[in-house]
Design a protein around this ligand. Structure first.
Ligand SMILES: C[S@@+](CC[C@H](N)C(=O)[O-])C[C@H]1O[C@@H](n2cnc3c(N)ncnc32)[C@H](O)[C@@H]1O
Length: 413
């Protein structure tokens, strides 16, 4: 699994801990992401809020947005700050909840928590407790917090589904979430996730926005509101990071959501229904995958149904398929695959995959309706599937490889 996805959780965690330990030690070093007071101003922290925070926390600020825009923290609340870092958000939450409330500051990097402890001691703050842990396993009881806040952290965590189910678990019914994080528009190119340092810089671990929002829904959250999007990486001091982020359409987003009062964890069918949410289906189109879906349906309609009916007859259930209808279903799926390839044409501008899918569909139609030949039919499927793969490769080149994108833009201009 790890090899297929191109990264290892242990390597990512080690890179994240090394980078944020460095930052806790000396925030004036050169980092590829915005750091400190100017970064906090840029993402939207009001000047008067920053003025009230200790300098040691502000100089180590590395959030990507302003989650308090959501305005969901109240006096007396118990708040969990996930990936608290040097604690700007922890300290703001501490003053909002007051002495009757409490803030858990959770982080995986010991040096960040040590730094935060020093700040808390110097400022005499007593309603904050530190938790050294991985957000994928939050050591707090079920239904124990009113608000979860997090800033620039979820993109760093490989198993986002697991973190969200942990957040859902520790929240009380009607508990609130305020979150700032990075989202992207285009999938990270193959192999791009294998660089742990790019993960630690908040770039390649981010999810496509629609997938990310769909994860919240799958986890059971409601009232998911997008509060603001911001071109966070434009503030990066590194031209390389700006270029990579720009290629992926990376930006930050402030979000709020809620755990519903009826806090039933979604069952298997509920989760399936959420995965089939229209927001997810639009991703199939956005990734240019409808052709692959239609080709898979054509292959299944042809060979899968033969295998299925053969199996049923072995089990004593003899069913027959109306052959005309069957042949039309196969051809319809093949024609849909051609149509889907035509939809991808403007994305990469190469007509050859479309021509090849057309040839595949014609071969299949000929074998089915003019002169049946199983070899010709199989050849038609090979051409169709191969052409769809070619088409997807062209979409990938055009949208994920910057030089190809540039060339395509120039050709269009
Ligand atoms: C980009 S910094 C943000 C820090 C802080 N929220 C802020 O706004 O300055 C990310 C923080 O998340 C922590 N972190 C990364 N992965 C984590 C994980 N799996 N569990 C808990 N904390 C994590 C890092 O140690 C780091 O302090």
């Amino acid at each position: 699994m790890v090899a297929i996805l191109g990264f290892s959780k242990d390597q990512v965690t080690a890179a994240v801990q090394a980078m944020y330990a460095d930052l806790a030690g000396d925030p004036r070093q050169h980092f590829h992401f915005p750091v400190g007071r100017s970064a906090a101003r840029a993402v939207g922290y009001p000047e008067e809020t920053l003025e009230q925070l200790p300098e040691a926390a502000v100089t180590r600020f590395v959030g990507v947005g302003f989650p308090f825009r959501a305005g969901v923290v109240r006096e007396g609340d118990t708040v969990l700050d996930i990936g608290a870092g040097a604690g700007c958000d922890t300290l703001i939450a501490s003053s909002l909840v007051g002495e009757n409330g409490k803030v858990w500051a959770l982080d995986i990097t010991t040096e960040m928590l040590d730094q935060l402890q020093t700040t808390l001691t110097q400022a005499g703050i007593r309603n904050v407790e530190l938790v050294e842990a991985d957000a994928e396993r939050i050591p707090l009881p079920n239904h124990s917090v009113d608000v979860v806040t997090s800033n620039g952290v979820l993109n760093l965590i490989p198993d986002k589904r697991r973190v969200l189910s942990e957040i859902f678990r520790v929240l009380k019914p009607e508990g609130r979430v305020q979150l700032s994080d990075i989202v992207i528009d285009r999938p990270v190119p193959l192999g791009g996730r294998s660089d742990p340092e790019l993960w630690a810089e908040c770039v390649v671990g981010a999810s496509i926005k629609e997938d990310y929002l769909a994860l919240f829904q799958e986890a059971g959250f409601t009232d998911i509101s997008e509060l603001r999007e911001f071109d966070y990486f434009a503030e990066s001091p590194s031209a390389d990071t700006r270029r990579i982020a720009n290629g992926l359409g990376a930006r930050s987003i402030d979000i709020s959501m809620q755990r519903p009062a009826q806090a039933l964890s979604p069952g298997y069918l509920g989760q399936l229904a959420r995965r089939l949410h229209p927001r997810r289906l639009t991703r199939i189109g956005a990734r240019g995958l409808w052709g692959a879906v239609a080709a898979a349906a054509a292959v299944f309609a042809c060979y899968g149904l033969v295998a299925l009916f053969g199996l049923l007859s072995l089990m004593g259930l003899s069913l027959t398929l109306p052959e005309g209808l069957w042949a039309f279903a196969i051809l319809a799926a093949a024609v849909l695959a051609v149509a889907a390839t035509a939809l991808n044409l403007p994305r990469h501008g190469r007509p050859w995959p479309l021509l090849a899918t057309g040839i595949g569909a014609v071969l299949i139609a000929y074998a089915l309706f003019v002169s049946y030949d199983p070899l010709l039919e199989a050849l038609g499927f090979v051409v169709l599937v191969g052409a769809i793969g070619w088409d997807l490769y062209q979409v990938y080149l055009a949208e994920c490889i910057p030089e190809h994108r540039r060339r395509l833009r120039q050709a269009k201009a």
